[in-house]
Design a protein around this ligand. Structure first.
Ligand SMILES: [Zn+2]
Ligand SMILES: [Zn+2]
Length: 123
């Protein structure tokens, strides 16, 4: 079991699957690193999507073998260039090796089965 009180910025609910199934298999070390990155950034990280069950992942068009299903990914809202810069800088400073940039959010994961390091603009 993991102790959510050890984190300064995140609550368990923020990482639960959005479909209502209640799945929350988020990795503790992943949240630890995210919490540190949030501290470095000094601005809020709004989590758009974290854990996903297989069916929710499929429904919203997530990739097969998604790191979200494995509980080692989050999408962080970033709606302007400045916050995107601040969040990405903090993630890289914390040693995250997989950062994908979308128009309105940043995907970051710790999936060691996927290519790394990678900083990619997603269309
Ligand atoms: Zn679900
Ligand atoms: Zn994602």
């Amino acid at each position: 079991m993991f102790d959510w009180s050890e984190f300064n910025y995140f609550k368990k609910e923020e990482f639960t699957c959005k479909c209502g199934c209640g799945l929350n298999n988020i990795d503790e070390n992943f949240v630890f690193c995210l919490d540190e990155a949030r501290d470095v950034a000094g601005i809020p990280f709004k989590i758009n999507s974290a854990c996903r069950c297989e069916s929710h992942n499929k429904k919203i068009g997530g990739v097969k073998d998604s790191a979200h299903v494995k509980g080692i990914a989050v999408d962080i809202s970033a709606r302007d260039d400045k916050s995107r810069f601040i969040i990405v800088s903090a993630l890289l400073a914390m040693g995250f090796k997989r950062v994908l940039l979308y128009d309105t959010f940043i995907h970051v994961d710790m999936d060691l089965t996927k290519v790394k390091p990678i900083l990619k603009i997603m269309k």
